[in-house]
Design a protein around this ligand. Structure first.
Ligand SMILES: [Zn+2]
Length: 717
């Protein structure tokens, strides 16, 4: 079996400390051995060789992964949580998560929200404490309270994926990488005559919260020798070479007072004899792994420790090399053969195999009813400012049958002219922007990491640990935004935001040359995230402003349209309104309505009078923002039309942000402009939330407002 398949199976079975049933079961099955047993604290064990063998050697890996645990659900339906294992708070803001809710038959999608940066100016260099962050499920409070219970587990959304060469990335690789080595060793030893020895494979629980699983299992098993497998620190920016080993550089053989010197030395000799590359991983005191516990079980157990080097440990961006795992497994199997005087029947299978499938962005999925026409497709399409081609093609395919004429502007915006039943009394333009915020590659380091700059305004605190896609069209490569492991942080680094210049994308390249084959400066980067709708909300990447585009597509497709109207799908809305500025010049409207997403700050930690707008209270009408003073009459009409249409509508209660209106209303001799926005939580982050009722209300309001503006002669104010 390919190592990639073993890792995908093990990493895909989710299990935080104390809740490891799924990964333990998966590991036992992967060994291919019968009679696997689950012990009282959940650890799984299975053995090779005669049941009455004189001596027993234990091969151990822990199965739990770090995660979060819900502590309470507040009166607004936000989930408060605590760490379950050593999660790094720096990867949490903006992180899409799965909540394993007691009252739901499948995990619920949520996002870790925090106070928007512009409302938190004094603290933007700090990452909030875990107690001050919450998970937002986009559900009404009463619903959240019925399904979620304190004690429910929360895990980041992640997708195990192969990177370049033999590198592999996933959350939970600490320690599914170790478990994969034990599984492989078991498979290598299945044809070996173990003589008077028995090999016990132990997949233990609760290592991240103290090692209770291995502690109790080792007592029960009464073993003579043990080899533990865990992960070690891989070399990466910010990590000292003295305490780390290159990912892809072979196995790390632990050396510490608690570890048996004879076993350790023999492992080194066997690695030398069999040309397995390794590094001594010397620790002064305890190892911080299960070997500390196993060594002192009963009257004492001779114990050794092997580690697989790993970058970005304890984040969703963990990276290992599959060949290192193969090397670790081979060394363990060689050691066992050495003890029983046997030899391995065949050399280990190489991990250098073609990928079974290419890792792509996290799966497209939908929960139940789809209520938004082409919104799912629009959100899945990638299009950072300046790279909107895919979004443009998709929109054109949806609207071309409904337009009298379509123009593509020199910068790439769409101007679509829709015929109404009447000639417009006022030449009206409806505008939404096609682009999304993202990143752009600026530089490739000698080590093969990709440095980047943000495209559009992104709070750098939402970046560490995120899964991303680099490149265009079919020429993309998956990556993760790496960061120094929490264990190695210096005093003062904990809870501190990482500046963008220090972040980098890990695509698993060996070096600069390899990376340069798949990425060049200027390549666009988008977040990978999941798309999901439920009865109350939609959660996705790029809702700003694909939700606006979807509303405009929906309006274009209406058969009963009162007046001739121009629809604009603009490029580069997030980087200075360049598309809308030039588009308005070409289209020459007399009036415009900009359809946007605006930041809803109705989240814990924001005072009520600072929330600006709230999810679920209808589309947002703006009187003024940082670039535009909106047309007073149109603004008044928006509220009147909402009332007539029987939908709610809310003021943007604050002068906040800006949008394409800023360019349109000063085009040529001036354009009377209004903005109808969807309240969106976390708009410039990997996953935002928009309410279903707001989306539907905005559609109804826009149709009425467009009819009134286009049907009334434009006379200025
Ligand atoms: Zn926008």
């Amino acid at each position: 079996m390919k190592m990639e398949k073993i890792l995908k199976t093990l990493c895909g079975a989710i299990g935080t400390s104390g809740d490891e049933t799924a990964p333990v079961k998966a590991a036992l099955e992967l060994t291919g051995l019968p009679n696997g047993k689950v012990l009282p604290l959940g650890s799984g064990c299975v053995s090779l060789g005669k049941a009455d063998a004189e001596k027993v050697i234990l091969l151990e890996a822990h199965m739990d992964q770090i995660g979060l645990v819900v502590t309470s659900v507040d009166e607004h339906g936000f989930l408060h949580f605590a760490n379950c294992g050593g999660s790094d708070q720096r990867v949490m803001p903006g992180c899409p998560v799965r909540v394993f809710a007691t009252g739901a038959d499948k995990p619920l999608l949520g996002v870790v929200g925090s106070v928007p940066p512009h409302l938190d100016r004094a603290n933007t260099d700090k990452v909030p404490d875990v107690e001050d962050m919450t998970v937002d499920l986009g559900l009404p409070a009463v619903k959240a309270k019925t399904v979620v219970c304190p004690g429910d587990r929360v895990v980041p959304v992640y997708e195990p994926k192969k990177l370049m060469g033999t590198r592999f990335s996933s959350a939970a690789l600490d320690n599914r990488a170790g478990a994969a080595a034990v599984v492989r060793a078991a498979r290598l030893l299945q044809q070996v005559d173990l003589g008077s020895w028995r090999v016990l494979l132990l997949f233990s629980t609760m290592e991240e919260i103290g090692g209770q699983g291995a502690h109790t299992a080792a007592y029960t098993a009464a073993v003579d020798e043990a080899i533990c497998v865990d992960v070690g620190f891989g070399i990466q920016p910010g990590v000292k070479p003295e305490v780390s080993h290159p990912v892809g550089g072979g196995v790390m053989i632990g050396s510490a007072p608690i570890l048996d010197r004879g076993m350790t030395r023999r492992l080194g000799q066997l690695a030398d004899e069999n040309h397995i590359s390794y590094k001594w991983d010397v620790m002064g005191g305890f190892t911080g792994t299960n070997s500390d516990d196993i060594a002192v079980t009963r009257g004492g157990v001779r114990t050794a420790l092997l580690s697989v080097p790993q970058r970005s440990m304890h984040t969703p961006a963990e990276v290992v090399d599959m060949q290192d795992i193969e090397d670790t497994a081979l060394l363990m199997a060689l050691y066992v053969c050495d003890r029983c005087g046997a030899s391995l029947p065949q050399p280990a299978q190489s991990a250098e195999e073609p990928a079974a499938d290419t890792a792509a962005s996290a799966g497209a999925e939908s929960d139940g009813e789809v209520w938004s026409a082409c919104l799912p497709q629009l959100c899945r399409e990638r299009g950072v400012s300046g790279s909107e081609e895919g979004v443009r093609e998709l929109i054109l395919s949806q609207i071309s049958n409904f337009a009298e004429k379509i123009e593509i502007t020199p910068l790439g915006s769409i101007l679509a002219y829709k015929k109404g039943k009447n000639r417009a009394k006022t030449r009206l333009l409806l505008n939404a922007h096609m682009d999304e915020v993202g990143l752009i590659i600026t530089h490739i380091t000698d080590e093969g990491f990709l440095r980047f700059a943000p495209v559009g305004r992104i709070d750098p605190r939402v970046l560490p640990g995120r899964s991303v896609t680099v490149g265009y069209g079919k020429n993309t490569v998956p990556g993760v935004i790496g960061l120094k492991p929490i264990h190695l942080l210096e005093k003062g680094e904990r809870g501190k935001a990482i500046p963008v210049e220090e972040l980098y994308i890990d695509i698993g390249a060996k070096d600069k040359q390899e990376a340069a084959k798949v990425a060049v400066p200027g390549d666009m980067v988008t977040f990978n995230s999941v798309y999901e709708e439920n009865g109350f909300s939609v959660k996705s990447r790029a809702l700003d402003d694909r939700a606006g585009c979807a509303l405009l597509v929906h309006l274009m497709q209406q058969p009963d349209w009162a007046y001739d109207t121009i629809f604009e799908f603009a490029v580069q809305g997030e980087v200075g309104c360049n598309g809308s500025c030039t588009g308005a010049y070409l289209a020459q409207p007399e009036a415009a309505v900009v359809v946007e997403c605006t930041a809803a700050s109705d989240v814990p930690g924001t005072e009520t009078d600072q929330q600006v707008c709230r999810l679920g209270q209808g589309p947002v009408i703006t009187f003024m923002d940082h670039k535009t003073i909106y047309d007073k009459e149109y603004t008044k009409w928006a509220f009147e039309e909402a009332r007539k249409a029987g939908v709610p509508c809310q003021w943007q209660e604050g002068v906040d942000g800006d949008n394409d209106a800023g360019a349109i209303y000063i085009s040529r001799g001036g354009v009377r402009t209004a903005a109808v926005s969807l309240p969106c939580r976390y708009p410039h982050a990997p996953m935002g939330i928009v309410s279903r009722s707001d989306y539907e209300a905005a559609g109804a309001l826009l149709q009425c407002l467009a009819q009134r503006i286009a049907g009334t002669p434009c006379s200025g104010q």
